[in-house]
Structures are given as structure tokens and as C-alpha cells.
Design a protein around this ligand. Structure first.
Ligand code: HEC
Length: 477
């Protein structure tokens, strides 16, 4: 024991690290910082989990287009604790995004970004962008069909942006098409470039926390004025400050521990996202859904009118980030208490409502094809042999049903075709199927002429007369 103490003393004499740590641990913080202050450190802890599990995963991973999928399959199915590790990494990422969202909301609502902590807010927004970037690049490393298509879709959307579209898409893909170089690029971004930046910005962020001090809980009517704030803050610390450890930090420890346990339990019981089929560039039939934290944004892209997609895809996030970067620091004085800042609170609630609604839409995804659609029953087709029957079967096997519903069966990506026989002529139907449409593939090279005739016969038989008993009743009157 004595020896240990002497060793520590000797180490401290030469480095000063122990004293520095002790000072950080003991530095006074404002009284009354409660549970709402734990989220920042929890994001940190989730990030540390990502660094540890990510390093371990990288040891088994091969960043090559030919081997990545197998390597991941090996990690998941054969490597010791490999599936658990992937689960930790996935839920760690999810926790990081979620906790970051909560941390930012709390900082914003309680006005903690006001003088003198504006720079801390700004580095925080930079960290948000980096975290989304690391999540997006990480998804591709799964290198299965869905991951690959999510990136293809992103690049395609990016390429529609006026002026910078093509270079932007080339930057994302690392070339004109998605291939081996895309994987190398995403891997380098995911494990070197973005983590390096995150380390740097977390460092600055924490230094600023130490330099400016933790914000005191807001008090109604107590306004922030740059001229007087620091004097008041230091007086508060001198008179009623409590040591950071243990008075304030014990909550961080408890919550951080709970976060680790929750991530581990989810990783163990829910497991990592299942690997889809291996990537197959010739197979468009995949639902390119991103991981859940970007799902709301894809939903927004799918829901806005097509003409607007191009400007929206890049402009909207850029404007959003700029607003986040600039607006709070400009309002860096005045009241901090949420009850005195109704607009700030309303804006926060609106943002969360919009994201939440879009997110739910993203889960339902009415715009993406339903690959699990079941074959049409004979009762729906209305014939058990002949062209109408064959057409009804083709309607399923050729994938029309993924996008079109008939009498309640099928997807909602394209219009409901239950009564299309009343609306389009045979020529119109034929031409539509051969040529496709804005969001419908052309089937000219997919259907044989006799198959086309059958499908058209089937569609022509879709009329109000036989769509539903209620409609039949209407039609016969
Ligand atoms: C990837 C989804 C998708 C697939 C697969 C698909 N369609 Fe479509 N279809 C659409 C969309 C979306 C429209 C709406 C108009 C547009 O985007 O051009 C449409 C329009 C139509 C229309 C015109 C409907 C109207 O009200 O004007 C017909 C008819 C049609 N599709 C038939 C078919 C048939 C038959 C097949 C299979 C051989 C098929 N579609 C496969 C998405 C699809």
C-alpha cells in the first residue's frame, strides 16, 4: 500500500497527471445539477463502447468487396462472441444517436448554450454531423443487399442536386458506380477519418466544459448578461459550489452504467441486425431502408413531391445544420428558463413531432414495394383457368403486386388497380405496362407477348362490378 502510494507520488512528480485528475474531479460545480445533466457523459460512454467494439470488429473484418460479406458472416456465426459484439456495436450506435438527441434537446431547452458556452454548442453540432456520418458509413460496411442499395439510393439522390450533384455522387461512391472502391472509401471514413475528428471535437468539447464550467440550473427571471454573468457564476461556485466528484458525477456513473447494461442486454437478446442477402447489383428488388435513425429522413424524401427532391436532399440538411450552428449562439443572452422561452420550447416540440411522424411513416413505408405480398387467391382473380387466371398469377410472379394492390392484396407504391379495367383501355394498359412510368419499371423486356396479353386481360377484368360486394351492390343499381 505504501509502495503503491509512493509509486503514484513519483509518477505525479514527473507528469502532474494525478494532480490534474484530482483537480478535475474535485472542481466545484453549481449545486442542484440533477438527472437532466447525465446525457452528455452517457453519449461519451456510448462512444467509448463504439471504439472498443469497433476495434474488435475491425480485427475480423475484411474491407474488400469480394470478402466483406463472408467476413461479416464469419464474425456473426462463427467468431467467439461475434454476434454479441456486432449487437453491441449496433445498439451502441443507436444509443449514441438517441442520447445525443436527448442531450442536445436538454441543452437547448434549458438554455445552456447561452453566454459563455456558445462554442460548446457549436462543437456539439459538429459532433452531431460527425455521428450521423459515422452511422451512415458504418451501415455500408455490412455489405449486404440492403446496405448497398441504401447507399446507391443516397448517391442517386445526391446526383440530382443542381450543379454539384455529379461530383457529390462521385465523392460518395468513390467513382461513377458503387464498387470495391466505395467500400474502401467508406471503411477509411468510418474507422479513421470520422473517428479522428470525433476524438478531436470531443476533446475540445470537454475542455470547454471545464473552462466555462457546467451551467447552473436555470432560475426564472435570472437573465444571462455577458457583462455580469461570469461574476455571478463564480460567486455562486464560491458560495454554494459542490465538488464535481462525487456530488454531481455519481449520477453520471449510475446512468452511464445503466446505458452499458441496456446496450449489452439488447445485444444479447435482440442481437445485431440480420445480414440480408449478399449484394446483387442487378437485383433492384430491395427495400433500401437505412438504419432507424435516418429512416425519418428517407421518409421525408419519399413523401415530398418529386420535383422538390433534388433541392431538398442536400439543401434541407445544410440549412438545418446552419440554423443549428448560427441561431442559438446569436440568442446568447436573456432568460434561460424554458417557461420564459415559449418559442424555443415550441420549436423543439415541433421538430420532435415532425421527426417522430416521419419516422413512423418510414417504418410503414407505403412507398416501398411489399416483397412479402402473397399470391392472389382464385376468388380475387375470379377465374381458375384461362387468360384472366394466368394474368392474375403473373401479376404476382412478375412483381406487379409488390407495388399495386388488387382488392386489398399487394403494396401501395403504385395506384390501386382494383377497378383499373373501368379506367384504362386495352391499349392504354398495354402501353403503360410496356413503357413503365415515373416510378414503375418498363416491362417490355420482362414479359413475353403472350404473358402481356394475359396480364392485360386480367387487368381488364378488374372493374367495379366485381371489386367488392358493396361496390357490386352499387354497380347493379
Ligand atoms: C416498382 C413498383 C411497380 C411495379 C413493380 C409495377 N408498377 Fe405499375 N405503377 C407503379 C407506379 C408508381 C405507377 C403510377 C404512375 C407512375 O409512376 O408512372 C404505376 C402505374 C401503373 C398503371 C397505370 C395506373 C393508372 O391508374 O393510371 C398500370 C396499369 C400498371 N402500373 C400496371 C402494372 C403491371 C401490370 C405491373 C406488372 C407487370 C406493374 N404495374 C408493376 C409502380 C409499379
Amino acid at each position: 500500500m505504501k509502495l503503491l502510494r509512493r509509486a503514484i507520488q513519483a509518477f505525479d512528480d514527473r507528469t502532474g497527471l494525478v494532480t490534474a485528475m484530482r483537480q478535475i474531479a474535485m472542481h466545484p460545480v453549481p449545486p442542484g445539477t440533477g438527472w437532466s445533466y447525465v446525457f452528455g457523459s452517457a453519449v461519451m460512454i456510448a462512444f467509448i463502447i463504439q471504439v472498443v467494439t469497433g476495434t474488435a470488429l475491425a480485427m475480423g473484418y475484411v474491407a474488400s468487396a469480394g470478402d466483406a460479406y463472408q467476413a461479416l458472416g464469419f464474425i456473426t456465426n462463427n467468431a467467439f462472441m461475434g454476434s454479441f459484439l456486432r449487437g453491441m456495436h449496433f445498439f451502441g450506435a443507436s444509443a449514441m444517436v438517441l442520447l445525443l438527441g436527448i442531450h442536445m434537446t436538454q441543452v437547448f431547452v434549458m438554455g445552456c448554450y447561452k453566454y459563455p458556452r456558445e462554442l460548446n454548442w457549436i462543437t456539439g453540432v459538429v459532433l452531431l454531423v460527425l455521428v450521423v456520418g459515422i452511422g451512415f458509413t458504418g451501415q455500408l460496411l455490412r455489405w449486404d443487399q440492403i446496405a448497398v442499395w441504401a447507399v446507391v439510393v443516397a448517391a442517386e439522390q445526391a446526383s440530382r442536386v443542381p450543379v454539384i450533384g455529379t461530383p457529390l455522387a462521385r465523392f460518395i461512391l468513390g467513382g461513377n458506380t458503387l464498387g470495391a472502391q466505395t467500400l474502401s472509401r467508406f471503411f477509411a471514413m468510418h474507422v479513421f477519418f470520422i473517428p479522428g475528428l470525433i476524438f478531436a471535437f470531443v476533446g475540445i468539447h470537454l475542455l470547454l466544459v471545464l473552462h466555462d464550467g457546467i451551467s447552473e440550473p436555470p432560475v426564472l427571471g435570472e437573465k444571462v448578461e455577458p457583462k455580469t454573468y461570469l461574476a455571478r457564476y463564480h460567486k455562486l461556485l464560491a458560495e454554494r459550489g459542490v465538488p464535481f466528484w462525487p456530488d454531481a458525477a455519481w449520477r453520471d456513473v449510475v446512468f452511464g452504467f445503466a446505458v452499458v447494461v441496456a446496450i449489452a442486454l439488447l445485444a444479447w437478446f435482440a442481437g445485431p441486425p440480420r445480414l440480408g442477402p449478399p449484394p446483387n447489383p442487378s437485383l433492384l428488388a430491395q427495400d433500401p431502408a437505412p438504419d432507424w435513425y435516418l429512416l425519418w429522413y428517407y421518409a421525408a424524401l419519399a413523401l415530398i413531391p418529386h420535383g422538390l427532391t433534388a433541392p431538398f436532399i442536400v439543401l434541407a440538411p445544410v440549412i438545418g445544420i446552419l440554423i443549428l450552428l448560427i441561431v442559438p449562439p446569436l440568442w446568447n443572452r436573456g432568460e434561460r428558463h424554458p417557461l420564459k422561452r415559449p418559442w424555443a420550447v415550441a420549436a423543439t416540440i415541433i421538430v420532435w413531432l415532425v421527426v417522430g411522424t416521419l419516422w413512423l411513416e418510414g417504418i410503414k413505408a407505403p412507398w416501398s414495394p411489399r416483397f412479402e405480398a402473397k399470391p392472389l387467391p382464385v376468388a380475387v382473380i375470379g377465374a381458375s383457368s384461362g387468360p384472366v387466371y394466368r394474368g392474375g398469377v403473373l401479376f404476382h410472379t412478375k412483381g406487379c403486386e409488390f407495388c399495386h394492390a388488387v382488392s386489398g392484396y399487394g403494396g401501395a407504391r403504385g395506384p390501386d388497380l382494383s377497378t383499373i379495367g373501368d379506367q384504362l383501355t386495352r391499349e392504354e394498359l398495354t402501353s403503360r405496362i410496356l413503357n413503365g412510368g415515373y416510378n414503375m419499371p418498363a416491362f417490355a423486356s420482362i414479359l413475353r407477348p403472350d404473358e402481356l396479353t394475359d396480364v392485360v386481360a386480367f387487368l381488364q377484368s378488374r372493374s367495379v362490378k366485381r371489386s367488392s360486394p358493396a361496390q357490386q351492390a352499387l354497380a347493379t343499381h
